[in-house]
Design a protein around this ligand. Structure first.
Ligand SMILES: CC(C)(COP(=O)(O)OP(=O)(O)OC[C@H]1O[C@@H](n2cnc3c(N)ncnc32)[C@H](O)[C@@H]1OP(=O)(O)O)[C@@H](O)C(=O)NCCC(=O)NCCS
Length: 266
């Protein structure tokens, strides 16, 4: 074993372990076969790394996090972080389950994934992204560079969220959606004032196969229908019917989405 690795006697380490120097592995950690670790990695108590995981330098795998086989974690990522709330926060974190990453997930550099979220197999999270607690991310979803996904959000399988998009809390984005760079979703028309706001706090729902163009803004509680297309720069203030293209501020229906662009014809 490489020098400077502190391994708790109650950790279980698989075959062909390849750690660089200067890492710490806490009690009851389970490391599968063929795992590679960079330098200055902290694997906290009861975390599990499946066979063939590759972990970069300066990574923290938080207590109890479960990584399926062949996950790739890039330098400086924090995987499974427990939230620390401000004294004035109205959030109720409750008991969060540890983070789960399915087989073959890839997590970018400087990315922070919070406890209580579950990623299906094959997800990709880019550099500098953040995914908060209690999110469900479907198989093969892509969360691009610098994307923020707030708490209690559901993202469907194969959906792609591109660089810099902001997905607020309580949003649902179904499978096969495309969210372009810098899209902004919102959930609070009261902008943090009055107790009344709690009755109305609601993210948007983006149905299967819908596409939202670069820099579009979506107001709280809006539903964007299946296979709809929101043009770049639109401000979506009303629900968008399935299969329609909307444009402008406020967004208005302009035409149908061309049939050759629909998922089942693609
Ligand atoms: C919807 C879209 C495809 C353009 O549609 P289009 O009907 O082919 O647009 P046209 O160029 O023919 O323009 C038609 C009219 O709409 C206007 N227009 C085009 N796009 C517009 C938009 N996003 N918002 C407001 N007006 C728009 C044009 O100025 C033109 O107006 P005019 O007739 O008064 O001159 C384009 O606006 C869009 O949203 N593309 C998506 C880009 C994107 O976000 N990609 C993500 C990956 S990077």
């Amino acid at each position: 074993m490489a020098s400077g690795i502190l391994v708790h006697p109650d950790a279980r380490i698989g075959k062909d372990f390849a750690p660089a120097p200067d890492s710490v592995i806490d009690e009851d950690v389970v490391i599968g076969d063929g795992v590679t670790l960079g330098s200055f990695v902290h694997i906290c108590a009861e975390a599990v790394l499946g066979d063939g995981c590759v972990v970069g330098d300066h990574v923290t795998i938080a207590a109890g996090a479960k990584l399926g086989p062949r996950c790739l974690i890039a330098d400086l990522a924090v995987v499974g972080k427990r939230p620390r709330l401000a004294p004035t926060s109205t959030a109720k974190p409750g008991e969060l389950k540890p983070l789960v990453l399915g087989e073959g997930c890839s997590v970018g550099s400087h990315t922070v994934l919070m406890a209580g979220s579950v990623f299906g197999p094959g997800c990709v999270v880019g550099d500098n992204a953040g995914v908060r607690e209690r999110c469900t991310i479907g198989d093969g979803a892509v969360i691009g560079r610098g994307v923020t996904v707030e708490n209690d959000t559901r993202i469907g399988a194969r959906t792609k969220i591109q660089s810099g998009a902001y997905v607020t809390a309580y949003v649902v984005i179904e499978e096969d959606c495309f969210i372009a760079p810098m899209v902004v979703t919102t959930n609070d028309n009261y902008m943090g004032r009055t107790a009344e706001r709690f009755k109305h706090l609601k993210g948007c729902t983006i149905r299967r196969g819908a596409r939202v163009g670069g820099g579009a803004h979506i107001l709280p509680g809006i539903e964007i229908g299946a296979e709809a297309f929101v043009a770049t720069g639109a401000v979506v203030t009303r629900d968008v019917p399935a299969g329609k293209l909307v444009m402008g501020a406020p967004a208005r229906v302009v035409r149908d989405v061309p049939p050759e662009q629909l998922l089942d014809n693609g």
